[in-house]
Design a protein around this ligand. Structure first.
Ligand SMILES: [Zn+2]
Ligand SMILES: [Zn+2]
Length: 225
């Protein structure tokens, strides 16, 4: 049972968090643990100005020169403390993630969930209740609501709910003239209700279920689940 969780809007900032990530390649269907041979480390090197990729929304790191592989900021070993030392053949990835500003508190956060081996300086993950426009999703009615947004909500259990998407138990699958969750209210003011009031299907009663949460979004609040 979780307490009711108020939602809040995330506005994209003009900055991204930049970092340097190393990880081992996965050539087989191995697992995601050190014992199974998968190792990872990500360090953050600061915030950088973003630039718009298109006219509407969506910002990416401004172009910059590649970071040389002998730059000492690249992590040398697995962040999980297993002692694995990265080799030249492991992946060198220049990381970037969009930074958002909470409309309610002004705090700057990221969408990336926290990992227990995150280094100091990692951006703060958006806590449950966050709402944002997943602008990178396809620009079709199957993915977006009537205001053109692909609305996402972070649930109390940390799962991200695509409000404008199709419910797993939809009874009109593939029919994009309806919405499994009909939403009302402006996400930017944190007053959204998602329900069955409109052209919809017979799936549920407008509730949302994930692994660790089952509840409703009403008047900008995720009900106790
Ligand atoms: Zn490891
Ligand atoms: Zn449906």
């Amino acid at each position: 049972m979780t307490a009711p969780t108020p939602t809040y809007w995330l506005e994209p900032t003009e900055q991204v968090a930049a970092g340097l990530r190393r990880y081992t390649r996965r050539d087989t269907d191995g697992g995601w643990t050190c014992a199974e041979g998968w190792h990872e480390a990500l360090v953050f090197t600061g915030t950088e100005p973003a630039e718009s990729r298109n006219t509407d929304h969506g910002r990416v790191l401004a172009h910059r020169p590649d970071v040389a592989h002998d730059d000492p900021r690249w992590p040398a070993e697995c962040a999980r403390g297993c002692g694995y030392q990265f080799t030249d053949g492991d992946v060198w990835q220049e990381w970037q993630e969009q930074l958002y500003r909470r409309a309610d508190t002004g705090e700057v956060v990221t969408l990336r969930p926290r990992r227990d081996y995150d280094p100091p300086g990692a951006p703060t993950p958006a806590p449950p209740g966050a709402m944002w426009n997943a602008w990178w999703m396809p620009d079709t009615p199957a993915w977006r609501g009537p205001d053109g947004m692909a609305l996402m909500v972070r649930l109390p259990d940390g799962h991200d709910w695509h409000v404008d998407g199709e419910a797993s138990n939809c009874t009109r699958k593939g029919d994009h003239t309806h919405k499994c969750w009909v939403r009302q209210g402006d996400p930017r003011t944190g007053s959204v209700t998602a329900g069955k009031d409109g052209d919809t299907c017979a799936a549920g009663a407008g509730s949302i279920a994930s692994t660790g949460y089952h509840g409703f979004l009403r008047d900008g609040v995720l009900t106790a689940g």
